[in-house]
Design a protein around this ligand. Structure first.
Ligand SMILES: N=CN[C@@H](CCC(=O)O)C(=O)O
Ligand SMILES: [Zn+2]
Length: 421
């Protein structure tokens, strides 16, 4: 008999998100079973059983067996933050006054602030300093219930050494902290000064010089691009993402964040795994995502922090059968927060998603957005034992009582890695 190393019993609300290892779309995005008096059994780093008490198998305990009482608790798959700009230097609180005075995100960028300011700060910091800064964010993300983080480069752009520095830090974070970091190459995050009048020339450099190096390096799984007015157009974004595929990277795209300039069509054309932001996505854009089988990775914390009250059309996406993932977009500019529970609540409040849809957005759909669905995103036999335990009787309570951290414990690969004080 397989020995159980960890058991969670008497769970008030267990949400396994069990089902196919595929994106949930349409009605299925919100159809999750809520089990009362649930049980989760773990053996080593894998789930042995997650379900109701009646069907739970009798088990033998390992010598180091741990029992957790789930009374009054909600238990879900470990949350997955599938879009962050985790590794960066410094911060940008100096932009708050400008923003409050009506200076827009793109205007700040045009003035040499915004992403350009983080580029300078990231270049100046050593790998160790960047590690110490990002470590705090990872610890915060874990405390909010996150067990896997996608992290993008993109604060080096034409300074390839800084891109690599970000990658090294992301890699080290995954090795030294109890979290998995999935890496995305995003040198095409802003136009370098010397290519201002010809961004396509920079894209050529990324294609011909950087992508072969990134492929040889082997640590990035995805390639992303900021397809936006004043940044990279749809044509250059498409060229880059097509080339990235030839180098073994799966395409992702920041699209329709500020203006709709054809990012969703590009996403569909290149068969991107996900398109990010989509704040200004039109009905045509939603149709393109659907046709292309693209996951909409929505970032409501960013909309909230932009302060203009405009959010991605999540309801239309769900109605039209586009799977929706939710992420923090944690970065020093447009969304400086690691609070994924707040982002889930904003998805409910401002995009009219149900708590169940939001939970699917940070579990199985987020796992699909980073191609980790075979091992993560639901609590099912054989999957990794990545589990979040909330000190709340049900998931609706977690979101309703907003702005505070409800995490009680986080289990990563079968081991408790966070416990609230
Ligand atoms: N919009 C592009 N990139 C980030 C913001 C990066 C920054 O402002 O530093 C985003 O996804 O929101
Ligand atoms: Zn982003």
């Amino acid at each position: 008999m397989t020995k159980v190393t960890l058991a969670i019993e008497n769970i008030s609300e267990l949400i396994t998100v069990a089902g196919e290892n595929a994106p949930r779309m349409g009605k299925a995005q919100g159809e999750i079973e809520k089990i009362k008096d649930g049980v989760v059994l773990v053996s080593g780093d894998k789930i042995l059983y997650a379900g109701n008490k009646e069907n739970a198998p009798k088990y033998e305990k390992s010598d180091d067996f741990v029992l957790i009482d789930g009374t009054g608790k909600t238990v879900t798959p470990g949350l997955i933050d599938s879009h962050t700009h985790l590794v960066h230097g410094g911060s940008r609180e100096n932009e708050l006054d400008m923003k409050l005075n009506g200076v827009t995100y793109l205007e700040i960028l045009e003035r040499g602030g915004g992403i350009m300011s983080t580029l300078r700060q990231t270049k100046e910091m050593s790998e160790d300093e960047l590690f110490e800064q990002a470590k705090k964010s990872v610890e915060r993300l874990i405390s909010y219930g996150v067990t896997t983080i996608e992290a993008k480069t993109g604060y080096g752009i034409d300074d390839f050494d800084t891109e690599m520095k970000q990658l090294n830090v992301a890699d080290r974070l995954g090795k030294e902290l109890p979290v998995e970091i999935v890496k995305t190459f995003m040198a095409a995050h802003a136009i370098p000064e010397k290519y201002k009048s010809n961004p396509g020339e920079f894209i050529d450099i990324v294609i011909n010089d950087y992508l072969p190096k990134i492929e040889a390096d082997g640590r990035c799984k995805f390639c992303d691009v900021f397809c936006e007015k004043g940044v990279f157009n749809a044509e250059d974004s498409k060229r880059l993402l097509e080339a990235a595929k030839k180098h073994g990277l799966t395409p992702k795209i920041h699209a329709d964040e500020i203006e709709e300039i054809g990012g969703t069509k590009t996403a569909a054309d290149v068969r991107a795994i996900s398109a990010e932001h989509l704040i200004k996505c039109s009905e045509k854009g939603v149709d393109e995502l659907k046709e292309g089988g693209v996951i909409a990775n929505l970032l409501p914390g960013t909309s909230f922090n932009m302060g203009d009250g405009i959010f991605a059309p999540a309801r239309l996406m769900i109605e039209k059968g586009v799977p929706v993932a939710i992420s923090t977009d944690y970065n020093p500019g447009s969304c400086p927060t690691e609070n994924i529970q707040l982002c889930m609540y904003l998805a409910c409040l401002n995009m009219k998603m149900t708590p169940a849809e939001a939970l699917v957005g940070v579990t199985i759909n987020a796992a699909c957005a980073i191609d980790e669905q075979d091992k993560k995103g639901s609590l099912m036999e054989g999957k990794l034992a990545d589990i979040t335990i909330f000190d709340a009787p049900n998931i609706n309570y977690v979101l309703y009582h907003f702005g505070v951290n409800h995490t009680d414990k986080v289990i990563k690969n079968g081991k408790a890695v966070y416990e609230s004080k």
